[in-house]
Design a binder for this molecule. Sequence first.
Ligand code: HEM
Length: 131
Amino acid sequence: DDGRRLKALFEMATDGIITMNDRGIMENVNRAACELFGYTAEELRGQKVNMLMSSHDRTHHDEYLERYQRTRVPHIIGIGREVTGRCKDGREFPLRLAVSEVTLAEGTVYTGILHDLSEFHLAKKRVDDLN
Ligand code: HEM
């Protein structure tokens, strides 16, 4: 059926996909998102998305959400941003973050698509080092 098909597509996507509510609590996380950060889905579901960031953003992400919900002025939604992710083991890595928003009867859901930029950064550094 359609539900199982969509679930398989979500689970097997090559980019990380994370959905969260208006307070930043993660609801759905696919396999690629778990692999990016080194957590199991059980360790992520129900926790705040802030746990995946380095210290500055981790402290301020709640304010980012509040400001957006108050002003409706997006800084990432529909724009995208290169940000720094933080793994369970403390390692930090660059990633491209895209965020979309959908309003459902049960509330607002944000979907983040996370694309690992580690390889790109390494390749870029090798090119830069040639010059
Ligand atoms: C806003 C960082 C993950 C949803 C922001 C901003 C930053 C940020 C820096 C504010 C941008 C600004 O005001 O200039 C990060 C980092 C993440 C992360 C480092 C690392 C994993 C996520 C995920 C979602 C998400 C997974 C959604 C599921 C949002 C929303 C906003 C926001 C809704 C406010 C709307 C907007 O500014 O357009 N984030 N974020 N973030 N983030 Fe995240």
